[in-house]
Design a protein. Structure first.
Ligand code: C5P
Length: 201
């Protein structure tokens, strides 16, 4: 039986951490769809065109060490505005969403475009400042030293581009439950999401 949990929201809102914890709790597979766009963006650094890179994407491309960098995030959000790039990645994501045993997908357009009939749709958000602080700590933990102000500017630029694009813009699905994690610890956010999913199973 398939069961799709769609988790969308702006950058660094806690989607990734929540998705991993939820997938582990229900023993579902998890796909971080941002990684697909980051991998396409990173391939453009090597001279591939975005569309070529998206059509030729392999599992190995998702293993690159540099995908979490700020540069890969910016490149991801640029290539993600190209309709042909998005189209090239749809089948893989939809097959993942409908696999046996259940799936959690996190991204920007899962509840709106990839899995509009998802059993559970969440839109996870938090204030810009809190998101920037969290991302800055995460990057610092990986040895990338950037100020909170720089991270904030980077997140806002990406969010604005993601929300303004014509194809699959960042926005909550009409039937999504919005979860604001600004005042929550990660454990509280995870507990809330798990309770909400339990209620729908
Ligand atoms: O989630 P993450 O920050 O890794 O995503 C990187 C970029 O990939 C986003 O800024 C967005 O432009 C793009 N993306 C998207 N649709 C998704 C997931 C990510 O457009 N489903």
């Amino acid at each position: 039986m398939s069961f799709c949990i769609a988790i969308d929201g702006p950058a660094a809102a806690g989607k990734g951490t929540i998705s991993k914890a939820v997938a582990a709790h229900f023993d579902f597979a998890h796909l971080d769809t941002g990684l697909l766009y980051r991998a396409v963006g990173a391939k453009t650094f090597e001279g591939f065109s975005p569309i070529e890179a998206a059509m030729a994407l392999t599992a190995d491309d998702l293993e690159r060490d540099d995908l979490r960098s700020g540069d890969a995030g910016q490149a991801a959000s640029r290539v993600a505005a190209i309709p042909e790039v998005r189209a090239a990645l749809v089948d893989f994501q939809q097959a993942f969403a409908r696999r046996e045993g259940g799936a959690v997908l996190d991204g920007r357009d899962i509840g709106t475009v990839i899995c509009p009939d998802a059993e559970v749709k969440l839109y996870v958000t938090a204030s810009d400042e809190v998101r920037a602080e969290r991302r800055q700590k995460e990057l610092a933990g990986k040895g990338e030293t950037v100020s909170v102000e720089e991270v904030l500017a980077d997140l806002r630029e990406r969010d604005e581009r993601d929300a303004a694009r014509a194809t699959a813009p960042l926005k909550p699905a009409e039937d999504a439950t919005v979860i604001d994690t600004t005042e929550m610890t990660i454990d509280e956010a995870v507990a809330k999401v798990i309770a909400l999913i339990e209620a729908r199973r």
